[in-house]
Design a protein around this ligand. Sequence first.
Ligand code: CP
Length: 362
Amino acid sequence: MLAPRNAARRISERARGSTLDFVGSHILSVEQFERTDIDDLFAVADAMLPYADRQRITRVLEGAILTNMFFEPSTRTRVSFGSAFNLLGGDVRETTGMRASSLAKGESLYDTARVLSGYSDVIVMRHPVEGAVAEFAAASRVPVLNAGDGANEHPSQALLDLYTVRRELADRGHAIDGLRIAVIGDLKHGRAVHSLLKLLVLFEDVSVHLVSPPGLEAPPDTTAALRERGHAVEVFHTLADGIGHVDILYVTRTQEERFASQAEADHYRGLFRVNQAIYTEHCEPNTVIMHPLPRDSRAQAQELDDDLIANPNLAIFRQTDNGVVVRMALFAMVLDVAAQVHERAQPVTWYTARRTPPSGRG
Ligand code: CP
């Protein structure tokens, strides 16, 4: 890693060459990004590691306010966006659940955006309706980051997933170019998958196995660009057929909240379960196991079995840790402080358990 000041200078110089002008931009879809933008964002994320790892503190966003608006359940996206902002020195205000908001009284997204953007420097929003975050952003006077809109997109999740892929493959001597990945489960409704498939278009020579039960295939528009760019895309309907000969297994939950009926969701729950025995039988050694989480740990589901917890290739908690640095990088670039992060850095003064194993594994 570069020394902080050199890293900051390089980040500033590279950011000027970005195709996406991050500063002041809404982040609504991964389709906004070019490959150079990803490189820039990940360079900033790398520079955030000492802060997320509690080796140093910075107050570069002191005085700034993030409003976190989550109108669907969330654990890691809401808390990691909030933690990322706090780690940069900013304050966080939150609204969670539709009933706790005046949207429940009939207030429009337009009025809500006009009001809350008067109180905030940046807004993060999750909403159950596709396109609702973009509608809100159109009326906002401050940048809006999409934390998931219905079954459409989850851009920050895809960015942290790709960042995780990059780190895990680097540990194994590979780059993202040439990636072989199996995405598994509910590919029809999984917004994290939709965003990730669109991001992979930016890389070279990617091979994607789409592994789902019949009826839960990825929508054609999420794979069209991959096919057009000449990447290998194959469809499988069994785990045994689809999970061999890949570098990454990206497992997803049956998104029961998106189904028309509970009975329909119940039909699919538990059909695909990746466990240690299946992994040992079908996967190459050191195949990385990822999942955007939450995984469904109920006995009837277990799409990622608890017996994988001792497998060193299970990267799901490294993935969630990476969410903090990627979200710190998004805030730093959108609010134009990436080059200043280190200027007021100090060592931490309290006890901290070392959080990031040197190899990135564990
Ligand atoms: N991955 C993800 O979006 O998790 P949460 O729903 O807990 O935020």
